[in-house]
Design a protein around this ligand. Structure first.
Ligand SMILES: Cc1cc2nc3c(=O)[nH]c(=O)nc-3n(C[C@H](O)[C@H](O)[C@H](O)COP(=O)(O)OP(=O)(O)OC[C@H]3O[C@@H](n4cnc5c(N)ncnc54)[C@H](O)[C@@H]3O)c2cc1C
Ligand SMILES: NC(=O)c1ccc[n+]([C@@H]2O[C@H](COP(=O)([O-])OP(=O)(O)OC[C@H]3O[C@@H](n4cnc5c(N)ncnc54)[C@H](OP(=O)(O)O)[C@@H]3O)[C@@H](O)[C@H]2O)c1
Length: 279
């Protein structure tokens, strides 16, 4: 009988040690699918991980040959959150996201704990209004920044412009913004300071049009009863496709704003939401 127990215990111990553990593993705690091409998920946070809201890390899974397959992902949760949140595209044939889209609570992902990036408040000169300009999953870094008290300490007003093709693609951002003013932790800080300006381009919605067109035509300023951008008061952070970033950059420069960096803070900063031409 004793032998039998020992045998079972040994088998159990071997089974546990044989379970593959990913390097820099973190455990998925929840997953939510927003559309057939968008989902968000939360994972455990490495105890030692410190990051500035707006930064990104490399995350991924093991490939078929047992090598880490990693991609850049903006951290969508604020720096005070005890977990980490990500907001992701599902690229049908994408090496990572064709598999990542199937993760479930309890699964492990790889997360390299080395946050970097230019979409940080430190890379901007002090100002009055802070504009967040995003398309698609480019809202991810702003999901972090919108929940960061430091942003509201440094700026009187924060304006989140988010544009997607369709209404359903705005839902992650809409629910996040809707919940902010009643959030027990930062609701009071956010109240009255955050303006949300979502638009679509390919499905009817109460506000429509590209971020670039709404800035260039002055429509967003008229709708929100704000003056046009000026380099003394306005600061901006930009995150979308390369084409979007270039077009917005030209418009911001037309208003007299200059691009800054961590080492050289100025009036706006830019980061790509993804690399590549199209799915
Ligand atoms: C600094 C940085 C931060 C990023 N943050 C995020 C993030 O928070 N969420 C996220 O979903 N992706 C983010 N990305 C993109 C991400 O790194 C991957 O490209 C994406 O997860 C797809 O990986 P994949 O291996 O499936 O396909 P890939 O081979 O990486 O991409 C295949 C093609 O899909 C398209 N594509 C890739 N990502 C996107 C996207 N997000 N939106 C629209 N089209 C896309 C591109 O055309 C690309 O050529 C970021 C990229 C950079 C450079
Ligand atoms: N979203 C979808 O339903 C869908 C479905 C299947 C495949 N895809 C593919 O997935 C890829 C990424 O799609 P996505 O919708 O996430 O990103 P996207 O094509 O970059 O479009 C996101 C939003 O940004 C706008 N935009 C694009 N370029 C811009 C620019 N230069 N200046 C200002 N605004 C700009 C788009 O407006 P416009 O609508 O005016 O372009 C759209 O509202 C694309 O290659 C697409 O073909 C998308």
């Amino acid at each position: 009988m004793t032998h039998m127990t020992e045998a079972i215990q040994m088998t159990d111990a071997r089974a546990v040690s044989a379970k593959p553990h990913l390097p820099d593993a973190q455990t998925v705690t929840s997953v939510r699918h927003w559309t057939d091409r968008l989902f968000s998920f939360r994972v455990s946070r490495p105890a030692a991980l410190r990051f500035r809201s707006g930064e990104f890390v490399m995350i991924g899974l093991m490939d078929e040959r047992g090598k880490p397959l990693l991609r850049a992902y903006s951290i969508a949760s604020p720096s005070w959150d005890e977990e980490l949140e990500f907001y992701s595209i599902k690229v049908p044939d994408g090496p990572l996201t064709s598999r990542l889209q199937h993760i479930r609570p309890g699964d492990e992902i790889i997360l390299r704990p080395k946050p970097v990036g230019t979409l940080v408040v430190d890379a901007l000169l002090p100002g009055k209004r802070l504009w967040f300009l995003a398309t698609g999953t480019g809202i991810a870094p702003f999901a972090s920044l919108m929940r960061d008290p430091e942003v509201y300490e440094k700026f009187d007003q924060v304006i989140m412009m988010h544009t997607c093709r369709e209404v359903a693609e705005l839902e992650y951002g809409r629910q996040l913004v809707d919940g902010l003013e009643t959030d027990p932790l930062i609701g009071e800080i956010v109240q009255g300071k955050l303006r949300y300006y979502p638009t679509t381009t390919r499905e009817p919605f109460h506000h429509m049009g590209r971020v670039t067109d709404n800035l260039a035509s002055g429509k967003v300023f008229a709708d929100l009863n704000l003056p046009g951008l000026n380099p003394e008061e306005d600061r901006a952070m930009v995150c979308g496709s390369l084409a979007f970033n270039l077009d917005v950059k030209a418009i911001l420069e037309g208003f007299g704003l200059r691009e800054g960096a961590n080492s050289d803070p100025k009036e706006f900063v830019v980061e790509k939401a993804f690399v590549g031409e199209g799915i």
